[in-house]
Design a protein around this ligand. Structure first.
Ligand code: KG4
Length: 339
C-alpha cells in the first residue's frame, strides 16, 4: 500500500502545501505574500492573516494537482517551528484539525530539518541524485547560517553556526542601506552578476571553530558606504553592481572558508547546501569550483526547494512516517527550536 503524505508549511510569509507519495513529489503549491513588500520586511500580523486566507485554497490546490483525495492521505506533516508564532499557529492548527477529521496520524517537522532533507525529494522522470550519509550541509537562510553533520534522516549535529546575524539577514540589511528593494538577496544576486567582486574590500570575521559571524560585515559595509558617500553623493548609484558583487563575494568567502575547514576536519566530501541563500549564483558557482578543486560531491537544491516550501516538510514527514514517529494533537508550535 502507498504512503501519501500531505505537508504544510507556514513558518514565515509563504503558505505552502505539498503531496508526496512513496518519496515522490506529486504537487508543491506555494503562495507568496506580496503584502510585505511595501514595508521592507515581513510584518508578522499581516503574515498570519494572509496565511489564514491562503491555507484552505493552497491545500485544496495541492490535493487537486496531485490527483489525490483527502481520504487517500496516510498522514499530515506540518512545520512546528522555528518561525513566526502567528504564522506557525495557522499551519499547525489547520494540520491538527485536518488530521483529526480524517482520523490519520499527525507528524511534526522541524523547518530546518526540512531544508536539509529537501535533497531527498524525488521527482518522476528525473535523475534523483541524493547525498550519501554522513554528509555536511551548509544551511543558509534569512535566520540561519549553520554547518550541519547529517548522519541519517533523523540524526543531525550542528558543527558550527552564526553567533549573531545570519548570512541572508546581512545581505538583506546591506541591500536596504543601498536603497534596494526587499528581499535584498535576489536583487544583490542579479546586480552582482554584472559587477567586479574585487572592486571593494569589507572586513571578514575572525571567529574560532566552525562558527560564523555576519554583524561585523554589515557594520563595515555601512561605515564604508557612509565615508564614500561623503566624497561622492552618487556613490551608490555609480557603483551599484560592484558593491553588490563585492558584498556577495565576501559573504561567499566567509561561508566557504568554514565549510572547507569542516570538510577537512571531518574528512567528508559529500557536501550539500540548503536554505534561501542557496539560490545565490555566486555561492552555487563557488560550490562547483570547490567540487572541481577538492573532489567534493556537491548537492545543490533546485531553486524551488531553496526558499520555504511544503515539499521539504512532506518528505521529512514521509521519513518520520516510516519510523512511526507521530505526534499528539496537543503538541504546541515553537517559534524557537533547534535541530
Ligand atoms: O530560507 P528562506 O526562504 O527563509 C528563511 O529565512 O527561513 O531564506 C530567505 C533568505 C533571505 O535573506 C533572502 O534575501 C535570501 O534568502 N535569498 C537570497 C537569494 N534568494 C533568497 N540571498 C542571496 N541570493 C539569492 N538569490
Amino acid at each position: 500500500m502507498s504512503t501519501i503524505i500531505l505537508g504544510i508549511e507556514s513558518s514565515c510569509d509563504d503558505t505552502s502545501a505539498a503531496v508526496i507519495k512513496d518519496g515522490y513529489l506529486l504537487s508543491n503549491i506555494v503562495s507568496n505574500q506580496a503584502v510585505h513588500e511595501a514595508y521592507g520586511g515581513v510584518v508578522p500580523e499581516l503574515a498570519s492573516r494572509a496565511h489564514q486566507q491562503n491555507i484552505v485554497p493552497v491545500v485544496h490546490e495541492a490535493l487537486k494537482c496531485a490527483g489525490v483525495s483527502k481520504e487517500e492521505l496516510s498522514a499530515v506533516a506540518f512545520t512546528r517551528g522555528p518561525g513566526l508564532m502567528g504564522s506557525l499557529l495557522v499551519g499547525v492548527s489547520f494540520a491538527k484539525g485536518f488530521a483529526r477529521s480524517l482520523n490519520i496520524p499527525l507528524i511534526d517537522v522541524n523547518h530546518l530539518t526540512g531544508h536539509v532533507l529537501a535533497h531527498f525529494i524525488k521527482e518522476d522522470g528525473e535523475i534523483n541524485k541524493q547525498p550519501i550519509f554522513p554528509f555536511l550541509c551548509l544551511l543558509v537562510s534569512g535566520g540561519n547560517s549553520q554547518i550541519i553533520l547529517v548522519k541519517s534522516y533523523d540524526e543531525m549535529e550542528i558543527l558550527g553556526q552564526t553567533i549573531d546575524d545570519a548570512a541572508g539577514e546581512a545581505i538583506d540589511k546591506c541591500s536596504k542601506v543601498m536603497g534596494l528593494g526587499y528581499p535584498g538577496g535576489p536583487i544583490i544576486d542579479k546586480l552582482a552578476r554584472q559587477g567586479n567582486p574585487k572592486a571593494f574590500t569589507f572586513s571578514k570575521p575572525h571567529i574560532p571553530d566552525l562558527n560564523y559571524s555576519f554583524s561585523g560585515l554589515k557594520t563595515s559595509f555601512l561605515y564604508s558606504l557612509r565615508d564614500w558617500i561623503k566624497e561622492d553623493p552618487n556613490f551608490i548609484e555609480n557603483n551599484k553592481v560592484d558593491l553588490a558583487a563585492s558584498l556577495e563575494a565576501t559573504v561567499v568567502d566567509i561561508l566557504m572558508d568554514k565549510l572547507r575547514k569542516a570538510a577537512k576536519q571531518y574528512k567528508i566530501n559529500e557536501i550539500a547546501v540548503a536554505g534561501g541563500v542557496s539560490a545565490n549564483n555566486g555561492l552555487r558557482n563557488s560550490f562547483k569550483e570547490h567540487a572541481d578543486k577538492y573532489g567534493w560531491n556537491i548537492y545543490i537544491p533546485k531553486f524551488g526547494y531553496t526558499t520555504d516550501n511544503a515539499a521539504m516538510i512532506a518528505i521529512t514527514g514521509y521519513f518520520k512516517y516510516l519510523n512511526n514517529d507521530f505526534c499528539s494533537i496537543d503538541l504546541p508550535a515553537y517559534s524557537r527550536i533547534s535541530l
